[in-house]
Write a protein that binds this ligand. Structure first.
Ligand code: PEP
Length: 249
């Protein structure tokens, strides 16, 4: 379908300016011949230094969250324009840790998404079910709600990246099997086709995220509907380069 694979890291609340710049410096030559788009989403305070560290390479820098308002009395928050001003190209929205620990909802995900798109950032919208929801057979229902509300009102869905991250697989070492990930991502693509149009759904990049690593990336990336990965723990080390080069020997 001509979808260019996209591997992104999520550093979460890890790294310092020095360790982050060192890692990016080491990754640059290792990922320079990647056959996919490459990004690292980093803590907001590290953005200016990491943009400098990645300059002249194929590593793009992303943020881990964005506020929905262009400016105003929102202590501690950061707007899309502020991110853009510092060279950010991607932003993660609705990560399960934001939903779980910071009360984010499908509605606030939608507001953040519109702000990101308006500023010309590429949003990476995270969706995924909890373990109890999967065990209760509610995975599709949960995803349908997250997609319907979270993506509401988007004009061009092909400008949005979706990350399917089963919550039970994030940071736990428990990866979804290749088949589970493929089946669920195929469902997500079908739902996007219903919400927008089937042709557009075929163009949307959908990543898998959840304990993806150097050992399991090949199998996941071989699935027809999996277009990339959102990588947490493994993006903090050189393993990230192995994942980016998943299609090479
Ligand atoms: C994530 O934080 O998006 C993630 C997938 O983490 P990990 O790879 O560590 O499971």
């Amino acid at each position: 379908m001509g979808r260019r694979p996209f591997i992104a890291g999520n550093w979460k609340m890890n790294m310092t300016a020095a360790s982050g710049a060192k890692l990016i410096g080491e990754l640059k030559p290792l990922v320079k011949d990647a056959n996919c788009d490459v990004a690292l989403c980093v803590p907001a305070i590290l953005i200016p230094e990491m943009v400098k560290a990645a300059a002249g390479s194929n590593i793009k820098i992303g943020a881990e969250n964005v506020h929905w308002a262009p400016s105003g009395a929102y202590t501690g928050e950061i707007s899309a324009e502020m991110l853009k001003e510092y060279g950010v190209e991607y932003v993660i929205i609705g990560h399960s840790e934001r939903r779980q620990y910071f009360g984010e909802t499908d509605e606030s995900v939608n507001m953040r998404l519109h702000a990101a798109l308006k500023a010309g950032l590429t949003p990476i919208v995270c969706v995924g079910e909890m373990l109890a929801e999967r065990e209760a057979g509610k995975t599709d229902k949960v995803l349908d709600r997250q997609l319907t509300v979270g993506l509401g009102g988007v004009d061009d869905i092909t400008k949005v990246v979706i990350a399917y991250e089963p919550v039970w697989a994030i940071g736990t070492g428990k990866t979804a099997t290749d088949e589970q990930a493929q089946e669920t991502i195929a469902h997500i693509r079908k739902k996007i086709g219903e919400l927008f149009c089937p042709m557009c759904a075929q163009k949307v990049i959908i990543q898998y995220g959840g304990s993806m690593n150097a050992g399991n990336c090949k199998g996941l990336m071989a699935q027809p509907d999996i277009d990339g990965g959102l990588i947490g723990g493994a993006s903090l080390k050189l393993d990230f380069a192995t994942i980016v080069n998943y299609d090479k020997e």
